[in-house]
Design a protein around this ligand. Structure first.
Ligand code: KIV
Ligand code: ZN
Length: 392
Protein backbone atom coordinates (compact mmCIF):
# COMPACT_ATOMS: atom_id res chain seq x y z
CA UNK A 1 0.00 0.00 0.00
CA UNK A 2 1.37 3.41 -0.93
CA UNK A 3 2.27 5.82 1.86
CA UNK A 4 -0.34 8.37 0.84
CA UNK A 5 -3.29 5.99 0.62
CA UNK A 6 -5.93 6.56 3.32
CA UNK A 7 -8.12 3.51 3.76
CA UNK A 8 -11.83 4.13 4.07
CA UNK A 9 -13.47 1.91 6.70
CA UNK A 10 -17.21 2.25 6.32
CA UNK A 11 -19.27 1.55 9.42
CA UNK A 12 -22.70 2.64 8.15
CA UNK A 13 -24.01 -0.87 8.73
CA UNK A 14 -22.64 -1.13 12.29
CA UNK A 15 -22.05 2.20 14.10
CA UNK A 16 -24.35 3.99 11.63
CA UNK A 17 -27.15 1.53 12.18
CA UNK A 18 -27.08 2.25 15.93
CA UNK A 19 -29.34 5.27 15.24
CA UNK A 20 -32.54 4.66 17.21
CA UNK A 21 -35.44 3.56 14.98
CA UNK A 22 -33.33 3.10 11.86
CA UNK A 23 -32.76 -0.63 11.82
CA UNK A 24 -32.18 -2.18 8.43
CA UNK A 25 -33.16 -5.70 7.41
CA UNK A 26 -30.65 -8.07 5.81
CA UNK A 27 -31.93 -7.37 2.30
CA UNK A 28 -31.46 -3.61 2.72
CA UNK A 29 -28.00 -4.16 4.20
CA UNK A 30 -27.00 -6.31 1.23
CA UNK A 31 -28.02 -3.59 -1.21
CA UNK A 32 -26.02 -0.97 0.71
CA UNK A 33 -22.99 -3.27 1.11
CA UNK A 34 -22.93 -3.93 -2.63
CA UNK A 35 -22.99 -0.18 -3.35
CA UNK A 36 -20.24 0.47 -0.78
CA UNK A 37 -18.14 -2.15 -2.52
CA UNK A 38 -18.71 -0.41 -5.89
CA UNK A 39 -17.96 2.94 -4.25
CA UNK A 40 -14.50 1.60 -3.46
CA UNK A 41 -14.41 1.54 0.34
CA UNK A 42 -11.57 -0.61 1.67
CA UNK A 43 -13.40 -2.13 4.63
CA UNK A 44 -17.11 -2.67 5.30
CA UNK A 45 -17.95 -3.13 8.96
CA UNK A 46 -21.01 -5.29 8.43
CA UNK A 47 -22.24 -5.62 12.00
CA UNK A 48 -21.73 -6.98 15.51
CA UNK A 49 -22.41 -10.70 14.95
CA UNK A 50 -22.89 -11.79 18.56
CA UNK A 51 -25.44 -9.04 19.21
CA UNK A 52 -28.40 -10.81 17.55
CA UNK A 53 -29.17 -13.67 15.14
CA UNK A 54 -30.27 -11.03 12.58
CA UNK A 55 -26.92 -9.25 12.76
CA UNK A 56 -25.06 -12.55 12.49
CA UNK A 57 -27.04 -13.39 9.35
CA UNK A 58 -26.39 -9.98 7.83
CA UNK A 59 -22.64 -10.27 8.36
CA UNK A 60 -22.67 -13.79 6.92
CA UNK A 61 -24.69 -12.79 3.83
CA UNK A 62 -22.63 -9.64 3.24
CA UNK A 63 -19.45 -11.75 3.46
CA UNK A 64 -20.77 -13.90 0.61
CA UNK A 65 -21.47 -11.04 -1.83
CA UNK A 66 -18.70 -8.48 -1.26
CA UNK A 67 -16.09 -8.79 -4.02
CA UNK A 68 -13.33 -6.27 -3.25
CA UNK A 69 -13.61 -4.81 0.24
CA UNK A 70 -12.54 -6.50 3.46
CA UNK A 71 -15.59 -7.48 5.52
CA UNK A 72 -15.30 -6.76 9.22
CA UNK A 73 -17.26 -7.84 12.31
CA UNK A 74 -17.21 -6.08 15.68
CA UNK A 75 -16.63 -7.86 18.99
CA UNK A 76 -15.93 -7.02 22.62
CA UNK A 77 -12.83 -8.51 24.22
CA UNK A 78 -14.87 -11.61 24.94
CA UNK A 79 -13.96 -15.06 23.57
CA UNK A 80 -17.48 -15.97 22.52
CA UNK A 81 -17.95 -12.67 20.63
CA UNK A 82 -14.75 -13.37 18.71
CA UNK A 83 -15.66 -16.99 17.94
CA UNK A 84 -19.10 -15.95 16.68
CA UNK A 85 -17.64 -13.13 14.56
CA UNK A 86 -15.16 -15.53 12.96
CA UNK A 87 -18.02 -17.89 12.14
CA UNK A 88 -20.11 -15.09 10.59
CA UNK A 89 -17.13 -13.97 8.49
CA UNK A 90 -16.17 -17.41 7.21
CA UNK A 91 -17.34 -16.76 3.62
CA UNK A 92 -15.54 -13.42 3.28
CA UNK A 93 -12.81 -13.18 0.63
CA UNK A 94 -10.99 -10.88 3.06
CA UNK A 95 -12.09 -10.97 6.71
CA UNK A 96 -11.23 -8.72 9.63
CA UNK A 97 -12.14 -9.10 13.30
CA UNK A 98 -12.51 -5.77 15.13
CA UNK A 99 -12.05 -6.34 18.83
CA UNK A 100 -11.30 -4.01 21.71
CA UNK A 101 -11.98 -2.64 25.15
CA UNK A 102 -12.40 0.70 26.95
CA UNK A 103 -9.10 2.27 28.00
CA UNK A 104 -10.06 5.60 29.63
CA UNK A 105 -10.03 5.93 33.42
CA UNK A 106 -13.78 6.34 33.31
CA UNK A 107 -14.34 3.11 31.36
CA UNK A 108 -11.79 1.14 33.41
CA UNK A 109 -13.28 2.26 36.72
CA UNK A 110 -17.02 2.43 36.01
CA UNK A 111 -17.61 -0.03 33.15
CA UNK A 112 -15.10 -2.74 33.99
CA UNK A 113 -14.42 -2.04 37.70
CA UNK A 114 -10.92 -3.08 36.81
CA UNK A 115 -7.41 -1.64 36.62
CA UNK A 116 -5.01 -0.62 33.86
CA UNK A 117 -2.87 -3.79 33.92
CA UNK A 118 -5.86 -6.12 33.82
CA UNK A 119 -7.29 -4.20 30.84
CA UNK A 120 -4.02 -4.65 28.90
CA UNK A 121 -4.12 -8.38 29.70
CA UNK A 122 -7.70 -8.68 28.40
CA UNK A 123 -6.84 -6.71 25.26
CA UNK A 124 -3.85 -8.94 24.49
CA UNK A 125 -5.87 -12.11 25.09
CA UNK A 126 -8.63 -10.91 22.78
CA UNK A 127 -6.23 -10.01 19.96
CA UNK A 128 -4.34 -13.31 20.29
CA UNK A 129 -7.60 -15.25 20.20
CA UNK A 130 -8.89 -13.30 17.17
CA UNK A 131 -5.56 -13.98 15.48
CA UNK A 132 -6.23 -17.72 15.76
CA UNK A 133 -9.10 -17.19 13.25
CA UNK A 134 -7.96 -14.41 10.91
CA UNK A 135 -4.76 -12.63 10.00
CA UNK A 136 -6.34 -9.17 9.91
CA UNK A 137 -7.19 -8.06 13.46
CA UNK A 138 -8.13 -4.49 14.32
CA UNK A 139 -8.01 -3.41 17.95
CA UNK A 140 -10.10 -0.50 19.28
CA UNK A 141 -9.18 1.36 22.46
CA UNK A 142 -12.65 2.61 23.27
CA UNK A 143 -12.72 6.20 24.60
CA UNK A 144 -9.13 6.69 23.45
CA UNK A 145 -10.03 10.37 23.07
CA UNK A 146 -10.12 10.65 26.87
CA UNK A 147 -7.36 8.09 27.55
CA UNK A 148 -4.00 9.47 28.64
CA UNK A 149 -1.47 9.13 25.84
CA UNK A 150 1.17 7.31 27.85
CA UNK A 151 -1.18 4.50 28.88
CA UNK A 152 -2.73 4.39 25.39
CA UNK A 153 0.77 3.89 23.95
CA UNK A 154 1.35 0.95 26.33
CA UNK A 155 -1.95 -0.64 25.26
CA UNK A 156 -1.08 -0.17 21.58
CA UNK A 157 2.39 -1.64 22.03
CA UNK A 158 0.99 -4.72 23.78
CA UNK A 159 -1.69 -5.44 21.16
CA UNK A 160 0.76 -4.95 18.27
CA UNK A 161 2.95 -7.59 19.91
CA UNK A 162 -0.11 -9.85 20.07
CA UNK A 163 -0.62 -9.38 16.31
CA UNK A 164 -3.00 -6.43 15.85
CA UNK A 165 -2.68 -5.09 12.30
CA UNK A 166 -4.79 -1.95 12.79
CA UNK A 167 -5.07 0.27 15.88
CA UNK A 168 -8.36 2.11 16.12
CA UNK A 169 -8.14 5.27 18.25
CA UNK A 170 -11.78 6.20 18.82
CA UNK A 171 -12.87 9.57 20.11
CA UNK A 172 -15.94 7.71 21.32
CA UNK A 173 -17.55 10.71 23.02
CA UNK A 174 -16.55 13.28 20.40
CA UNK A 175 -14.67 15.27 23.06
CA UNK A 176 -11.29 16.03 21.48
CA UNK A 177 -10.36 19.24 19.73
CA UNK A 178 -8.71 18.72 16.33
CA UNK A 179 -5.23 19.70 17.53
CA UNK A 180 -5.57 17.34 20.54
CA UNK A 181 -6.69 14.42 18.39
CA UNK A 182 -3.90 15.10 15.88
CA UNK A 183 -1.35 15.28 18.71
CA UNK A 184 -2.59 11.94 20.08
CA UNK A 185 -2.00 10.23 16.72
CA UNK A 186 1.43 11.89 16.43
CA UNK A 187 2.33 10.78 19.96
CA UNK A 188 1.42 7.16 19.15
CA UNK A 189 3.35 7.28 15.87
CA UNK A 190 6.42 8.51 17.75
CA UNK A 191 6.21 6.52 20.99
CA UNK A 192 4.76 3.08 20.29
CA UNK A 193 7.40 0.42 19.65
CA UNK A 194 6.47 -1.62 16.57
CA UNK A 195 4.04 1.02 15.26
CA UNK A 196 5.42 0.50 11.72
CA UNK A 197 3.72 -2.94 11.76
CA UNK A 198 0.24 -1.46 12.21
CA UNK A 199 -2.05 1.16 10.68
CA UNK A 200 -3.48 3.85 12.95
CA UNK A 201 -7.18 4.46 12.41
CA UNK A 202 -9.36 7.49 13.23
CA UNK A 203 -12.85 6.79 14.56
CA UNK A 204 -14.42 10.08 15.56
CA UNK A 205 -17.86 10.93 16.87
CA UNK A 206 -19.59 14.20 16.22
CA UNK A 207 -20.87 15.30 19.64
CA UNK A 208 -19.23 18.72 19.24
CA UNK A 209 -19.44 18.81 15.45
CA UNK A 210 -15.73 18.00 15.15
CA UNK A 211 -15.72 14.44 13.80
CA UNK A 212 -14.63 15.38 10.29
CA UNK A 213 -12.03 17.93 11.44
CA UNK A 214 -10.60 15.43 13.95
CA UNK A 215 -10.34 12.66 11.35
CA UNK A 216 -8.53 14.99 8.96
CA UNK A 217 -6.11 16.05 11.71
CA UNK A 218 -5.59 12.35 12.40
CA UNK A 219 -4.50 11.54 8.86
CA UNK A 220 -2.38 14.68 8.62
CA UNK A 221 -0.54 13.36 11.68
CA UNK A 222 0.04 9.88 10.35
CA UNK A 223 -3.15 7.80 10.64
CA UNK A 224 -3.92 5.91 7.42
CA UNK A 225 -7.49 4.77 7.95
CA UNK A 226 -10.69 6.74 8.61
CA UNK A 227 -13.81 5.08 10.05
CA UNK A 228 -16.91 6.81 8.81
CA UNK A 229 -20.52 6.48 7.75
CA UNK A 230 -22.56 7.69 4.80
CA UNK A 231 -24.24 11.01 5.71
CA UNK A 232 -22.39 10.90 9.05
CA UNK A 233 -25.17 8.85 10.62
CA UNK A 234 -24.58 7.11 13.93
CA UNK A 235 -25.27 7.16 17.65
CA UNK A 236 -26.10 10.53 19.21
CA UNK A 237 -24.68 13.23 16.91
CA UNK A 238 -23.26 10.60 14.57
CA UNK A 239 -19.90 9.57 13.12
CA UNK A 240 -17.47 11.15 10.70
CA UNK A 241 -19.24 11.61 7.34
CA UNK A 242 -17.57 9.54 4.61
CA UNK A 243 -18.47 12.00 1.84
CA UNK A 244 -16.89 14.87 3.80
CA UNK A 245 -13.48 13.32 4.50
CA UNK A 246 -13.26 11.90 0.97
CA UNK A 247 -14.00 15.27 -0.65
CA UNK A 248 -11.73 17.19 1.72
CA UNK A 249 -8.80 14.98 0.71
CA UNK A 250 -9.75 15.21 -2.96
CA UNK A 251 -10.14 19.02 -2.94
CA UNK A 252 -6.83 19.52 -1.09
CA UNK A 253 -4.39 17.58 -3.27
CA UNK A 254 -1.36 19.24 -1.66
CA UNK A 255 -2.03 17.06 1.42
CA UNK A 256 -1.00 14.21 -0.86
CA UNK A 257 -3.52 11.82 0.68
CA UNK A 258 -5.75 9.73 -1.51
CA UNK A 259 -8.77 7.50 -0.80
CA UNK A 260 -9.46 6.04 -4.25
CA UNK A 261 -13.24 6.47 -3.69
CA UNK A 262 -15.46 6.82 -6.81
CA UNK A 263 -16.78 10.20 -5.77
CA UNK A 264 -19.42 10.39 -8.54
CA UNK A 265 -21.34 7.75 -6.56
CA UNK A 266 -21.53 9.82 -3.35
CA UNK A 267 -24.87 11.54 -3.94
CA UNK A 268 -26.60 8.32 -5.05
CA UNK A 269 -25.40 6.29 -2.08
CA UNK A 270 -26.34 9.10 0.29
CA UNK A 271 -29.90 8.97 -1.06
CA UNK A 272 -29.94 5.18 -0.82
CA UNK A 273 -28.92 5.21 2.87
CA UNK A 274 -31.26 8.04 3.72
CA UNK A 275 -34.24 6.32 2.04
CA UNK A 276 -33.45 2.86 3.44
CA UNK A 277 -33.09 4.15 7.00
CA UNK A 278 -35.85 6.71 6.79
CA UNK A 279 -33.43 9.44 7.95
CA UNK A 280 -33.95 12.74 6.26
CA UNK A 281 -30.66 14.48 5.31
CA UNK A 282 -30.53 18.13 6.40
CA UNK A 283 -30.67 20.40 3.32
CA UNK A 284 -27.47 22.22 4.29
CA UNK A 285 -25.50 18.97 4.79
CA UNK A 286 -22.06 19.35 3.20
CA UNK A 287 -21.58 17.54 -0.15
CA UNK A 288 -24.92 15.68 -0.28
CA UNK A 289 -27.57 18.04 1.16
CA UNK A 290 -30.28 19.36 -1.18
CA UNK A 291 -28.80 22.88 -0.93
CA UNK A 292 -25.13 21.92 -1.20
CA UNK A 293 -25.04 23.21 -4.80
CA UNK A 294 -28.02 25.60 -4.72
CA UNK A 295 -27.60 29.35 -4.99
CA UNK A 296 -30.36 31.72 -4.02
CA UNK A 297 -28.92 35.18 -3.35
CA UNK A 298 -28.59 37.54 -6.31
CA UNK A 299 -24.88 38.24 -5.79
CA UNK A 300 -23.96 34.55 -5.70
CA UNK A 301 -26.24 33.67 -8.62
CA UNK A 302 -24.74 36.36 -10.80
CA UNK A 303 -21.25 35.00 -10.01
CA UNK A 304 -22.13 31.32 -10.58
CA UNK A 305 -23.86 32.09 -13.90
CA UNK A 306 -20.71 33.90 -15.07
CA UNK A 307 -18.38 31.21 -13.74
CA UNK A 308 -19.34 28.31 -11.44
CA UNK A 309 -16.06 28.50 -9.52
CA UNK A 310 -16.84 31.95 -8.11
CA UNK A 311 -19.00 30.33 -5.42
CA UNK A 312 -18.41 26.57 -5.75
CA UNK A 313 -15.29 24.70 -4.67
CA UNK A 314 -16.57 21.35 -5.93
CA UNK A 315 -17.94 20.53 -9.37
CA UNK A 316 -21.34 19.00 -8.52
CA UNK A 317 -20.78 16.33 -11.19
CA UNK A 318 -17.79 15.07 -9.15
CA UNK A 319 -20.18 13.91 -6.43
CA UNK A 320 -22.97 12.75 -8.73
CA UNK A 321 -25.14 15.87 -8.68
CA UNK A 322 -26.12 16.76 -12.26
CA UNK A 323 -25.80 20.53 -11.95
CA UNK A 324 -25.78 23.53 -9.63
CA UNK A 325 -29.24 24.91 -8.90
CA UNK A 326 -30.18 28.54 -9.34
CA UNK A 327 -33.05 28.88 -6.88
CA UNK A 328 -35.39 31.82 -7.38
CA UNK A 329 -36.46 33.69 -4.25
CA UNK A 330 -37.13 37.33 -3.41
CA UNK A 331 -33.35 37.65 -2.84
CA UNK A 332 -32.55 36.65 -6.44
CA UNK A 333 -31.38 39.10 -9.08
CA UNK A 334 -32.11 39.78 -12.74
CA UNK A 335 -29.30 37.49 -13.97
CA UNK A 336 -30.86 34.50 -12.22
CA UNK A 337 -34.34 35.25 -13.52
CA UNK A 338 -33.04 35.66 -17.09
CA UNK A 339 -31.07 32.40 -16.74
CA UNK A 340 -34.04 30.40 -15.47
CA UNK A 341 -36.39 31.97 -18.04
CA UNK A 342 -33.96 31.00 -20.82
CA UNK A 343 -33.84 27.42 -19.50
CA UNK A 344 -37.59 27.13 -20.04
CA UNK A 345 -37.62 28.83 -23.44
CA UNK A 346 -37.77 32.63 -23.02
CA UNK A 347 -35.05 34.90 -24.43
CA UNK A 348 -35.55 38.24 -22.64
CA UNK A 349 -34.19 41.61 -23.74
CA UNK A 350 -33.02 44.06 -21.08
CA UNK A 351 -36.27 46.06 -21.29
CA UNK A 352 -38.46 42.97 -21.09
CA UNK A 353 -36.43 41.71 -18.16
CA UNK A 354 -36.89 45.02 -16.30
CA UNK A 355 -40.67 44.73 -16.41
CA UNK A 356 -40.77 41.02 -15.67
CA UNK A 357 -38.31 41.35 -12.81
CA UNK A 358 -40.58 43.89 -11.06
CA UNK A 359 -43.51 41.47 -11.37
CA UNK A 360 -41.27 38.62 -10.24
CA UNK A 361 -40.30 40.47 -7.02
CA UNK A 362 -43.97 41.13 -6.16
CA UNK A 363 -44.69 37.45 -6.69
CA UNK A 364 -41.58 36.20 -4.83
CA UNK A 365 -42.32 38.32 -1.76
CA UNK A 366 -45.35 36.10 -1.23
CA UNK A 367 -43.79 32.73 -2.04
CA UNK A 368 -40.73 30.99 -0.55
CA UNK A 369 -39.45 29.70 -3.88
CA UNK A 370 -40.47 30.55 -7.44
CA UNK A 371 -40.67 27.49 -9.70
CA UNK A 372 -40.78 27.06 -13.48
CA UNK A 373 -44.59 27.17 -13.59
CA UNK A 374 -44.54 30.44 -11.71
CA UNK A 375 -42.01 31.88 -14.18
CA UNK A 376 -44.30 30.95 -17.09
CA UNK A 377 -47.21 32.60 -15.32
CA UNK A 378 -45.27 35.79 -14.47
CA UNK A 379 -44.02 36.16 -18.06
CA UNK A 380 -47.34 35.35 -19.69
CA UNK A 381 -49.15 37.88 -17.48
CA UNK A 382 -46.71 40.65 -18.36
CA UNK A 383 -47.48 43.45 -20.86
CA UNK A 384 -44.36 42.62 -22.87
CA UNK A 385 -45.25 38.93 -23.28
CA UNK A 386 -46.28 39.20 -27.00
CA UNK A 387 -42.85 40.61 -27.90
CA UNK A 388 -40.84 37.85 -26.23
CA UNK A 389 -39.06 35.42 -28.52
CA UNK A 390 -38.28 31.81 -27.87
CA UNK A 391 -34.80 30.95 -26.53
CA UNK A 392 -34.55 27.74 -28.53
O1 KIV B 1 -17.04 4.78 19.16
C1 KIV B 1 -16.43 3.74 19.48
O2 KIV B 1 -15.58 3.72 20.37
C2 KIV B 1 -16.78 2.52 18.76
C3 KIV B 1 -15.94 1.31 19.01
C4 KIV B 1 -16.79 0.15 19.38
C5 KIV B 1 -15.09 1.04 17.83
O3 KIV B 1 -17.67 2.51 17.94
ZN1 ZN C 1 -18.17 4.57 17.34
Amino acid sequence: MSDNKVQIFDTTLRDGEQVPGCKLNTEQKLIIAEQLDFLGVDIIEAGFPVSSPGDFKSVEEISKIVKNATVCGLTRSVENDIKVAAEALKYAKKARIHTGIGTSDSHIKHKFKSNKEAIIERAVKAVSYAKSFVEDVEFYAEDAGRTDNEYLARVCEAVIKAGATVLNIPDTTGYCLPHEYGAKIKYLKENVKGIEKAILSCHCHNDLGLATANSIEGVINGARQIECTINGIGERAGNTALEEVVMILKQHPYLNLDTGIKTEMLYGISQLVSDSMGIYTQPNKAIVGANAFAHSSGIHQDGVIKNRETYEIIDPKDVGVTESAIVLTARSGRAALAYRAKNIGYELTKLQLDEIYTNFLDFADNKKEVDDNDIHQIIENSKVYKEITSAS
